[in-house]
Design a protein around this ligand. Structure first.
Ligand code: FAD
Length: 479
């Protein structure tokens, strides 16, 4: 079988499939530092404390999702994330502990209790991807092709039978696989202002849509409230965990204007309102009372940008951060085409609804990575008959600066129907799919705010917008 992508989801899915007895080829375009997983600062949400429970984690997840989460998917996440944390520990990941040797649990926005595990303070993603890649590199059943880029999915008689990739020197690779797992990450770098690495442009969504697979929930794009606003390192994410430790959001007059630990959609909109209230208005994060030794890489990045968080206020503004939508899947990562799976940020099983709860994303990569890896391993028999010929290599789906500017302008924190219709003419196909989904959801809910429909439409509770290339959006209710 094939796994595409070597972030948290791809690495763990490959390991799970290999444990399930499959032989895996792992295709990765970029070195680790270009994955979003590497940059994850907060941690993994898991109900591990004696005062916590999966039910409580579920209630917080569903509340943040604003009536659009798929409850069965959210339940799987909350019930299984404690076990994946223990599994990661058994694989050698060292999470931070308190003085008594218990896992140290952080508090983040939207969580009613402390439940976020970290490794190396704010270096969680870096530590985990480092440890998992070392395991993958030495796993007998896993072959790594890197750098190599998946350029088309190979379908035969309506089934995915592998993929066509390209090495950096242009050499093509045709990879026949009984199961193909896409773990290519999100698409938030399609927006001009973003916290994501440049490669997060929805490559897997483009591949899946071109092969005829359904995408879902594309209208829900999360804007992180506190990205650094500066000439250098603009968009650098300042983790919510710092607000969990007491950092405050202040306007130009030094006044607080929002509950710093409200869910992200609320905080981002509140900041946007202040920024728009007068020309040149700014918003600051006041970290002066926070012990920044807990967040060494944030402190170091701020110093590199010429800012000292111990003494001065740090200017922040929202930036595109996370795509809740993606390739539509069931709870084992199966996409709408046989033989194709998707996991991690490129997938959408409906878990996050209209607003992802902080640190539920890494948890998703591991919980559903394990499920998808095992399910793919169990179905990884090679195609019985000679498949149709491999397709030509598709283009490398890189957006022009004009597409990134248009998504920021028309599919940002607030969307107007006129702006979305303009986006429907964008040359970048994925931008049109994002616009089509946002046009179809005629309401404001969580991360999707329409200027012409300011409130929630209860008829759209639990409804997902399904997009397929060249067809009209469809509304579906998922169990
Ligand atoms: C700055 C930042 C901080 C974050 N902090 C947290 C946090 O604390 N907690 C949390 O839960 N979430 C956090 N998130 C979100 C979380 O990190 C991501 O959602 C998650 O890591 C995505 O993992 P992934 O494996 O799906 O994708 P990624 O980690 O982005 O990996 C994608 C992989 O796919 C490869 N790829 C892409 N296209 C192709 C192709 N065509 N061919 C071959 N390979 C390809 C890439 O090279 C890469 O290896 C954060 C995100 C950012 C940007």
């Amino acid at each position: 079988m094939a796994v595409v992508g070597a972030g948290a989801a791809g690495l763990y899915a490959a390991l799970a499939a290999a444990r399930g007895g499959a032989r895996v080829v792992l295709v990765s375009r970029s070195p680790l530092a270009e994955t979003a997983s590497y940059w994850a600062q907060g941690g993994i949400a898991a109900a591990l404390a004696f005062y916590d429970s999966p039910e409580r984690h579920l209630a917080d997840t569903v509340a943040a999702g604003r009536g659009a989460s798929r409850p069965t998917a959210a339940r799987v996440l909350c019930e299984e994330s404690p076990d994946v944390v223990r599994d990661l520990q058994s694989l050698g990941v060292q999470f931070d502990t308190d003085q008594a040797g218990r896992l140290a649990l952080g508090l983040e926005g939207g969580h009613s209790v402390r439940r976020v595990v970290h490794a190396g303070g704010s270096a969680t993603g870096r530590r985990i991807t480092r440890d998992l890649s070392a395991l993958v590199a030495t796993a007998e059943r896993i072959e790594v092709l890197e750098p190599a880029s998946a350029r088309s999915l190979w379908t035969s008689e309506g089934r995915c039978v592998g993929l066509v990739a390209e090495r950096r020197d242009g050499e093509p690779i045709e990879l026949l696989a009984g199961a193909t797992v896409l773990a290519t990450g999100g698409a938030a770098a399609l927006w001009r202002r973003t916290t994501n690495p440049p490669g997060a442009v929805g490559a897997g969504l483009t591949l899946a849509a071109a092969a005829g697979a359904a995408l879902a929930d594309l209208e829900f794009v999360q804007f992180h409230p506190t990205a650094l606003a500066s000439e250098t390192s603009d968009g650098f994410l300042i983790t919510e965990a710092i607000r969990g430790e007491g950092a405050l959001l202040l306007d130009d007059a030094g006044e607080r204007f929002v509950d710093e630990l409200a869910p992200r959609d609320q905080v981002a909109l509140a900041i946007q309102q202040v920024l728009r209230s007068s020309p040149g208005a700014r918003v600051f994060l006041d970290m002066r009372a926070v012990d920044m030794s807990q967040f060494p890489n944030v402190a170091a990045a701020l110093r590199r940008a010429g800012l000292d968080p111990a003494r001065e206020l740090v200017p922040v503004a929202p930036a595109a951060h996370y795509t809740m939508g993606g390739i539509a899947t069931d709870l084992d990562g199966r996409a709408s085409i046989d033989g194709l799976f998707a996991v991690g940020e490129c997938a959408c099983n409906g878990l996050h609804g209209a607003n992802r709860l902080a640190s539920n994303s890494l948890a998703e990569c591991f919980v559903f990575g394990r499920r998808a890896g095992a399910a793919a391993a169990a179905t990884a028999a090679p195609p019985a008959r000679e498949p149709e010929p491999a397709p030509p290599r598709g283009p490398d789906p890189l957006p022009q600066p004009s597409t990134r500017a248009a998504l920021w302008a028309h599919a940002g924190l607030e969307r107007s129907p006129e702006g979305l219709r303009e986006l429907m003419d964008d040359p970048f196909p994925l931008a049109r799919l994002f616009a089509g989904a946002a046009l179809r959801r005629e309401e404001s809910r969580g991360a999707h705010q329409r200027t012409d429909h300011r409130s929630v439409d209860p008829r759209l509770d639990g409804i997902h917008v399904l997009m397929r290339q060249d067809t009209e959006p469809q509304l579906e209710s998922w169990r």
